[in-house]
Design a binder for this molecule. Structure first.
Ligand code: 5AD
Ligand code: SF4
Length: 438
C-alpha cells in the first residue's frame, strides 16, 4: 500500500505533512513517487492567496480519473483550505470522489477517517479539535533540519489574512514538551532545529507560568553540542529586546530573523491592522543590528492592498532600500473572503498590482545583488543541507544569516558543518569552495 502527499503553502504545512506521513506509515503505507502508484492521496492545502486555491482545485480534479483506474484509491483533502467557511460543503457537492475532508487541527482523526473510507463512508470534520504533538510519530523529510511547532494559530487579525480564521486562536505548546522534542532530535543527530509558529514572539502568553519566547530560546541555546537554532515567524510589534539578547548570547542561535514588514506606508500599515509604523520598524531594525551586526533580516511584502497609492508604494520601495533585507518574499495582495480587507473600497486593478510587484522585485534584487557582491572573498560557516538537483555533485547550505550557497562536494557531507569561501555571486545565488571541514 502506497501513499502520496501533495503539500501546498508554508513550513507549517510541510511539517504537518510529516505528521500525516507518520500516521500513514504506522498504518502500513509506504511513500511513493507518483500519484499513479498511490492507494491513498492526501492534499494538504493552503488558502493564503487565491492562486494557491486555484492550483489545488485543479489537482483535486485529477483524482476522478485516478479513481477510475484504482477504485480502492482513498483521497483526503486537509489543511487550511478545507477549514475555510463553506469549503467542506463545496468539496462534498462538487468533488464527490473525495473521501475525507479534515480541518487544520484534526489530524488525530485521520486514522478513523481512513477506516470509514475503506467501508465506503465519507468522513468530514472541520471542527477545531486540537491534538497533542506527542500523539504522532513524525516521519521527517528535511534532515539535517527538523521542524518543531511551538505555538499554533494567530490572534493578530491582520485585515488581509485568512490564517486566524483557518488556524484558530493562539495556543502555546508546554515548554517541557518542546524541550523534550528538541533534546530527542539532537540526540537523533539533527543539526538544525527550526521553531515554528505564526508569531513565535507571542509564545507563552497563554501558559499558566508565564513562560516567554526569550526564555525558550535561552533554554534551547544552552543545550550542549553543535547545532543551529532558527525560528519563524516574528511579528515586528512583538519582537522584544530579551529575544534579541537571547540570540546574541548563544552561538547556536542563528543571526537570522524573518520579520515581515508587509508595507512601508503608515497609512497602509494602519489599514492592515499591523500595529506598528515604519518608524517603529526602522527602530527595531536598528536595535537588532546594534546587537547582531552580521544579522540577515528577511521579510514578506505585499503590493496592491486596497487603497495603496503610488506614494504608499514608493514608501515601500524606500523602506526596502533603507533596511537592506537579505531577501524578501514579495506578494500581490489577494482578496480573501471573510477578511475585513475583502470589502474595503478602492481595490487595486491587477494591471497596477503587476506593475508594482515587478518594480518591487527589481528593487529587492538590486539590494540582494549588492549584499552578495560584498560577500565574495569572505569565508562563512555553512551547514550542508542537500543536493542542488540542477548540477552533479553540487551541494547547498546556508550561512548563519540564512543565505543559500552552492559548492562542490558529495552527498556524504550532508549534515556536516563546513567552512566555505564565496567565489562568485549572481544576484541571489552564491557559489563557493569548501576550505575546511569543521
Ligand atoms: N494576499 C497576499 N499575500 C498575503 N499574505 C497573507 N495574506 C495575504 C493575502 N491575502 C502574505 C503575507 C504573509 C505571508 C505568509 O503571506 O505577506 O506574511
Ligand atoms: Fe496572518 Fe497577520 Fe497572523 Fe501573520 S500575524 S498569520 S499575517 S493575521
Amino acid at each position: 500500500m502506497n501513499y502520496f502527499i501533495h503539500t501546498y503553502g508554508c513550513q507549517m504545512n510541510i511539517h504537518d505533512s510529516e505528521k500525516i506521513a507518520g500516521i500513514l506509515e504506522k498504518l502500513g503505507y509506504t511513500v511513493c513517487d507518483s500519484v499513479n502508484d498511490a492507494d491513498i492521496i492526501v492534499f494538504n492545502t493552503c488558502c493564503i492567496r487565491e492562486t494557491a486555491e486555484q492550483k489545488i482545485y485543479g489537482h483535486i480534479g485529477a483524482v476522478k480519473k485516478l479513481k477510475r483506474k484504482n477504485p480502492r484509491l482513498i483521497s483526503v483533502v486537509c489543511g487550511c483550505m478545507s477549514q475555510q467557511d463553506g469549503v467542506a460543503q463545496h468539496i462534498r457537492e462538487s468533488y464527490p470522489y473525495i473521501d475525507i475532508v479534515l480541518g487544520t487541527s484534526d489530524l488525530n482523526l485521520l486514522e478513523s477517517a481512513i477506516v470509514a473510507a475503506k467501508n465506503k463512508k465519507k468522513f468530514v470534520n472541520v471542527e477545531f479539535n486540537t491534538y497533542r504533538e506527542e500523539d504522532f510519530d513524525v516521519s521527517r523529510t528535511s534532515y539535517p533540519n527538523a521542524w518543531v511547532n511551538i505555538n499554533y494559530g494567530c490572534n493578530n487579525f491582520c485585515t488581509y489574512c485568512i490564517v486566524p480564521y483557518v488556524r484558530g486562536r493562539e495556543r502555546s505548546r508546554p515548554i517541557d514538551d518542546i524541550m523534550a522534542e528538541v533534546r530527542q532530535l539532537l540526540a537523533d543527530g539533527y543539526k538544525e532545529i527550526t521553531l515554528l509558529g505564526q508569531n513565535v514572539n507571542s509564545y507563552g502568553h497563554d501558559l499558566p507560568n508565564g513562560e516567554n519566547f526569550a526564555q525558550l530560546l535561552n533554554l534551547i541555546g544552552e543545550l550542549p553540542g553543535k547545532f543551529r537554532l532558527r525560528f519563524m515567524t516574528s511579528h515586528p510589534k512583538d519582537l522584544s529586546q530579551e529575544v534579541i539578547d537571547a540570540i546574541a548570547a548563544h552561538r547556536n542561535i542563528c543571526d537570522n530573523i524573518h520579520l515581515p514588514v508587509q508595507s512601508g506606508s503608515n497609512a497602509i500599515l494602519r489599514r492592515m491592522n499591523r500595529r506598528y509604523t515604519r518608524e517603529n520598524y526602522f527602530d527595531l531594525v536598528d536595535k537588532i543590528r546594534q546587537k547582531l551586526p552580521e544579522v540577515g533580516i528577511t521579510t514578506d511584502i505585499m503590493v496592491g492592498f486596497p487603497g495603496e497609492t503610488e506614494q504608499d508604494f514608493c514608501d515601500t520601495l524606500d523602506l526596502v532600500k533603507r533596511v537592506r533585507f537579505s531577501s524578501a518574499f514579495c506578494f500581490v495582495y489577494s482578496r480573501r473572503k471573510g477578511t475585513p480587507a475583502y470589502s474595503m473600497p478602492d481595490q487595486i486593478p491587477y494591471s497596477v498590482k503587476k506593475e508594482r510587484i515587478t518594480r518591487l522585485l527589481a528593487c529587492q534584487n538590486d539590494v540582494t545583488k549588492s549584499i552578495s557582491a560584498q560577500m565574495v572573498g569572505s569565508t562563512y560557516e555553512i551547514l550542508v543541507e542537500g543536493a542542488n538537483f540542477k548540477y552533479d555533485n553540487v551541494m547547498c547550505g546556508r550561512t548563519e544569516s540564512g543565505r543559500l550557497v552552492n559548492f562542490k562536494c558529495d552527498d556524504g557531507f550532508i549534515g556536516k558543518f563546513v567552512s566555505v569561501r564565496i567565489d562568485r555571486a549572481s544576484s541571489a545565488t552564491l557559489w563557493g569552495t569548501i576550505v575546511e571541514e569543521l
